[in-house]
Ligand binder design. Structure first.
Ligand code: HEC
Length: 109
């Protein structure tokens, strides 16, 4: 993911250098999803979690997560992501992805 991003930035730099046009900066903006973290938590959730938790995390076959931060702490959410709980499979995401998603969900109150 990081590699892809670097490649995209590098590619757009090349294009800029080659044409000298300023209109390509738009492309670069589209590829930089997460501003603070190196992983885009929202994108990960959209890929891995909405099948059960609903398109807008409003809930589906699994409970809604729109205000999960008022119920569970970041570390509790992290724990559920890693280990699973009930019908929730663990290990869907790991490492810094799990860290970023737990942080992102903990802010949903
Ligand atoms: C296969 C379906 C499925 C997927 C995919 C899934 N979940 Fe879940 N999740 C569940 C179910 C079912 C529960 C309820 C578990 C229980 O307590 O019995 C749950 C519960 C949770 C809870 C606790 C909610 C609460 O109110 O207690 C969190 C947090 C959570 N999931 C996060 C995630 C995240 C983040 C992802 C994506 C990485 C994800 N889930 C993907 C099925 C899923």
């Amino acid at each position: 993911m990081k590699k892809k991003l670097l490649a995209a930035i590098f590619a757009s730099l090349l294009v800029l250098g080659a044409c000298g046009g300023g209109d390509k900066t738009k492309d670069e903006g589209a590829t930089t999803g997460g501003e603070t973290a190196s992983v885009d938590a929202e994108k990960i959730v959209n890929n891995k979690c909405i099948a059960c938790h609903g398109n807008n995390l409003e809930g589906g076959s699994a409970p809604g997560l729109t205000d999960v931060g008022s119920k569970l702490s970041e570390s509790e959410i992290h724990d559920i992501i890693i280990n699973g709980q009930g019908g929730m499979p663990g290990g869907l995401i790991k490492g810094e992805e799990a860290d970023a998603v737990a942080k992102w969900l903990a802010e949903k109150k």
